[in-house]
Design a protein around this ligand. Sequence first.
Ligand SMILES: O=C(O)CCC(=O)C(=O)O
Length: 268
Amino acid sequence: MLKIALCQLPVNPNKQDNLKQAAIMLEEASAAGAQLAVLPEMFNCPYDIHCFRDYAEVIPAGETTKALSKLARSNGLFLVGGSIPELVDELLYNTSIVFNPQGEIIAKHRKAHLFDVCVKNGIKFMESEVLSPGDSVTLFETPWGKFGLEICYDIRFPELTRKMAKEGALLVIVPAAFNLTTGPAHWELLFRSRALDNQIFMLGTSPARNPQASYIAYGHSIAVNPWGQVIAKLDERPGTLIADLDFNEIEEVREAIPILKQRRENLY
Ligand SMILES: O=C(O)CCC(=O)C(=O)O
């Protein structure tokens, strides 16, 4: 059994405030017994392509990496540090770092699929104007088994999660920030689809909704089980979702409906 905490932070333009808010929520998560906590995508920076360069940091030397490492250690948590804009020479990436309870970095994922979309009368966003894509599939080992790490738009590419499941991931964690166009339409559907197709757990952490932001996050941080059921979900307000994941459920579902063994890869 793994107790998880999804910390749906209110993100504002003040990096120090965001770090303080993360510290408060992680302390509360630890006090509630959580063993693994997840922060949202771009949790210390407005989700705005014009802000990424100003807020970017080098990893691991930057202040956010150092602060998160301390928070993982002081709270005894596995910590998925949402994501931050990462500066590498002149390039920028949307990067998530994972720490163990000793505060050591055990994984780092650079968003592989950049969010470039234009929905008529809806959302237009072009991450590739400023960000570069990562090029790895990111898995890490924990005492509960292997977990995968994606960032937001990555969830829309089913091959990525399938590859992780084939490599033994029991859970895929997704710091994310959907919006008011695609959030209501696709957020829950995507988490349930990836969980159902692969018979794994899926977790998504969003920032809380801030109507003043240039990009308004959908919220609704979510945990889904291998049966494709929503275990728990927040609304759009700041808050922490706490849930217990029982990894025995994966075997039960896979024995009952053995789709992963029944695949006909020669046909497709
Ligand atoms: O896929 C979507 O609809 C939202 C994706 C997104 O906001 C992101 O990748 O940051």
